[in-house]
Write a protein that binds this ligand. Sequence first.
Ligand code: ZN
Ligand code: ZN
Length: 125
Amino acid sequence: MTIDHDAAMGPAAADLAAIEQEWPLIAADLDLLDAEIAMLYAADDGGPTALDWRRLRRAESRVTRAAAEVAARPAHVCNLIEVRLTTDCRYGCKILACRVCGGEQVSHRAVYGCPAGQNATPRVA
Ligand SMILES: [Zn+2]
Ligand SMILES: [Zn+2]
C-alpha cells in the first residue's frame, strides 16, 4: 500500500513529477526558442545563414520527436489522494484523485463491506 507514503508528498513534489514527465519536450521547446531568437539576431546581421536555418530545422524536429516521445511514454504512476466519498455505492468507498494528472478513480474497499471491493481484490490469506 503506497497511498499513505504518497500522501506525504507535497504539491511541489507532484509538480516536479509532472515537469519530469514533460521534461524532454520542455527542453526541446527551450532549444527551439533559442534557435528562433538566433534567427532574429541573424536577420539584423545580414540575414540568417544556411547554418542558422539548419539549426532551426533541427530544433523543430527535436520538438516533434520529444512530443512523440512524451506521448508514447507509459503513463506516470498516479499519485493518488482521497478527495471525497463516492456516490456510486453506499458503503463509504472513496474517490481517489491523482495529483499529477488530475484523473479520478473510485476505490471500492471490501473493508467497508463493499461487494465491488470484494470482487476487485480477492482476499489474501
Ligand atoms: Zn495520474
Ligand atoms: Zn464501493
